[in-house]
Design a binder for this molecule. Structure first.
Ligand code: AR6
Length: 171
């Protein structure tokens, strides 16, 4: 399984599944979440609504992941996960790592071969980029070592040159 880095917009990625840095409401938001719903169209939020009504009445818990269609996006699926809000008082890195692992588990169960991640938690949820990148890289590597996945590529998609450089250093 290759781990690759690209600079760009996650909504443009031609992969089987892209991961959304969502919130537990699954009803959309800013950042990556906003971009995915804006470009993907109403089908995605419709499925999110159904998931809220059926399985996640009180919201998708932090660290878990669930898939929907990708609507009009080039990907086949969007995997929604909820990162922890960064805290200076408490180490929440295990929950952030869980977002990566659970998303990869869902991707595998769908039969995806290629998955693209944004830098979960490093925007509105306040994770410093170096910490977010370290947790991301360790979680994906650790999962690949344990799970012997059929996934072919895990791609980190970084929005700007600064974030790209930080992930490159972490890798
Ligand atoms: N493609 C790739 N990366 C992006 C894109 C994009 N189109 N847009 C932003 N980023 P964030 P979080 C980067 O805030 O911190 C939402 O309101 C961005 O520069 O999207 O997990 C949700 O609903 C940053 O490095 O996610 C939640 O309420 C990274 O993606 C909350 O934000 C993640 O930033 C989740 O916050």
């Amino acid at each position: 399984m290759d781990i690759t880095l690209v600079r760009g917009d996650i909504t443009r990625q031609r992969v089987d599944a892209i991961v959304n840095a969502a919130n537990s409401s699954l009803m959309g938001g800013g950042g990556v979440d906003g971009a995915i719903h804006r470009h993907g169209g109403p089908e995605i939020i419709e499925e999110c609504r159904k998931l809220r009504a059926s399985r996640y009445g009180s919201g998708l818990p932090t660290g878990q992941a669930v898939a929907t269609t990708a609507g009009r996006l080039p990907a086949r699926w969007v995997i929604h996960t909820v990162g922890p809000v960064h805290s200076p008082f408490e180490d929440r890195s295990e929950l952030l790592a869980s977002c990566y692992r659970e998303s990869l588990r869902v991707a595998e169960s769908l039969g995806a071969e290629t998955v693209a991640f944004p830098a979960i938690g490093t925007g509105i949820f306040g994770w410093p980029l170096p910490e977010g990148a370290r947790v991301a890289v360790e979680a994906v590597r650790g999962w690949a070592a344990e799970a012997s996945p059929s996934l072919v590529e895990v791609r980190f998609v970084l929005f700007d040159a600064g974030a790209y450089g930080v992930f490159e250093a972490a890798l």
